[in-house]
Design a protein around this ligand. Structure first.
Ligand code: NAD
Length: 450
């Protein structure tokens, strides 16, 4: 393995993820240079002032210091971060051991950034991208041999300090020693669960997680439920985080989610479920109005200045049909009450498959569609079921991984999906038996299997 000691890291891009990564790496003892673009509204009298020119990165850092959940374990670690801008400070990366790109999810922009990185980096320095879904080899096109050898994907999850997953994605040109280094470094120094991924669009966790999200978006409108109800159904009730599905969309950011969905549509022509990744009208409405989620103050949910009886801000929810915000609408569904009364996840999942109201139908169809989808992704995105399991649990904080969930679903049990034949040895590849069962039929036809 590469014998490298990383002391200094340059983080390019100080948005949501850039500041999260900078805070995490500063917390691990690294000296961090956090750069961003020049503000496009610089006044004439500010044009030469460093404080004004560094405003984007400096403001992002100040926001991170107040953010919840806190990106910093201790705000004192922020002293290890120096802010700057792409025009005045880019050349400093020559002294940095690791350069992490975290700019907006656009291949053209990322390629421009890497061209500049090539110009200033020192040979042998490590360069990685935090892209959510752009194939890593595409970003390295046109770069030198030394760059390509030291380049791979290091995909952190949001919020960086709290989500344990770090996907490491080499290209065919990445030096295997660099890959091995990041797998070890991410685990031992950064405290992450590292998962080695193939360079397929959206890698492992997002390919599966975004499918799961897009499927639930589709089912919500088709079955006719409110976003509040679906968030109640798809959160801790089924072993997933309390953001549920739509709040997670607000957390990730609508622009990023749409870039990932579109990237999958463009780059996965042989994906049998590609149609599910369509952009619904309501998502387009949010994008068109720049209602991008938490980062712009409104998305599926909108925080108002009003306070409720307990002094908490009143939060409105988007009606997916009328595209208007209104008071939260929680449908009264027996399955929600049933799930609340059951302690253990396995019994809750079994209860889902015994339910017959609209909420149970949504969960059944979402789960069966997911099992079929994942089953058909092996060996495309991973040779082992455990990598998918690790990625989805550490990246999306699901309580149970897919193989165990599959075994719990009575409707999925007779299936011959490859996900059922999970080898006991973590390094053993999964058999490649495409799922040709009722779960596939379920996700293809959108019918509810009985
Ligand atoms: N948001 C998430 O949950 C999440 C999770 C994992 C990975 N990512 C990935 O991390 C990257 C950044 O995402 P984010 O959520 O932090 O986005 P963001 O919108 O919060 O930040 C984007 C950054 O790009 C910079 N930028 C904008 N235009 C630019 C240009 N022309 N040249 C250079 N920089 C420019 C912005 O100033 C900002 O710092 C993306 O590749 C995204 O896919 C996001």
């Amino acid at each position: 393995m590469l014998n490298k000691h990383i002391r200094k890291v340059a983080v390019l891009g100080s948005g949501l993820m850039g500041t999260g990564i900078a805070a995490q790496l500063a917390g691990c003892g690294l000296e961090v240079l956090l750069l961003d673009i020049l503000p496009n509204d610089l006044a004439e009298n500010e044009a030469q002032k460093p404080a004004a020119r560094n405003r984007i990165a400096a403001t992002s850092l100040q926001t991170a210091l107040k953010a919840k959940p806190a990106p910093f374990y201790d705000t004192k670690f922020a002293a290890r971060i120096t802010v700057g801008n792409f025009e005045d400070d880019f050349s400093k990366i020559k002294d940095y051991d690791w350069i992490v790109e975290v700019v907006v999810e656009r291949l053209d922009i990322k390629k421009q950034v890497f061209e500049k990185v090539e110009k200033y980096r020192s040979k042998g320095s490590l360069v990685t991208s935090n892209t959510s879904g752009i194939p890593i080899h595409m970003m390295a096109e046109g770069r030198s041999e030394d760059f390509k050898k030291h380049f791979c994907g290091t995909h952190f999850f949001n919020p960086v300090r709290y989500m344990r997953l770090l996907e490491v994605i080499p290209t065919p040109d990445t030096d295997p020693e660099v890959t091995a280094f990041f797998m070890h470094y991410g685990d031992v120094i950064l405290g992450k669960q590292t998962v080695l991924c193939k360079d397929t669009p959206a890698f492992i966790a997002n390919r599966v997680g975004v499918y799961a999200m897009a499927k639930i978006y589709q089912l919500t409108q088709e079955i006719g439920l409110s976003i509040d109800t679906v968030d109640a159904l798809t959160g801790p009730a089924v072993g997933r985080p309390k953001t549920g599905t739509f709040r997670l969309g607000d957390l990730v950011g609508m622009d990023t989610a749409v870039h990932v969905i579109n990237g999958m549509r463009e780059n996965c022509p042989n994906d049998e479920q590609i149609g599910t990744f369509g952009i619904p009208k309501y998502l387009q409405f949010l994008i068109d109005n720049k209602f991008l989620g938490n980062k712009t103050g409104q998305g599926f949910y909108k925080k108002t200045a009003e306070k409720d009886a307990k002094g908490r801000p009143v939060i409105l929810s988007l009606n997916l049909d009328t595209l208007e915000y209104g008071a939260p609408q929680k449908e009264k569904l027996p399955i929600i009450d049933t799930l609340k009364q059951i302690e253990e996840l396995p019994r809750r999942i079994k209860a889902v498959f015994k339910g017959d109201d609209k909420g149970a139908q949504l969960l059944q169809r979402a789960h069966l569609g997911l099992f079929a989808y994942v089953s058909n992704r092996v060996p495309e995105i991973s040779d082992t079921a455990y990598a998918i399991d690790d990625a989805i649990r550490a990246g999306f904080a699901w309580e149970a991984g897919l193989p165990s969930l599959t075994r719990l679903c009575p409707a999925a049990n007779p299936l011959s999906c490859s996900i059922h034949s999970v080898p006991t040895n973590r390094s053993t590849p999964m058999p490649n038996a495409p799922c040709t069962t009722s779960a596939t039929a379920c996700c293809a036809s959108n019918s509810t299997p009985k």
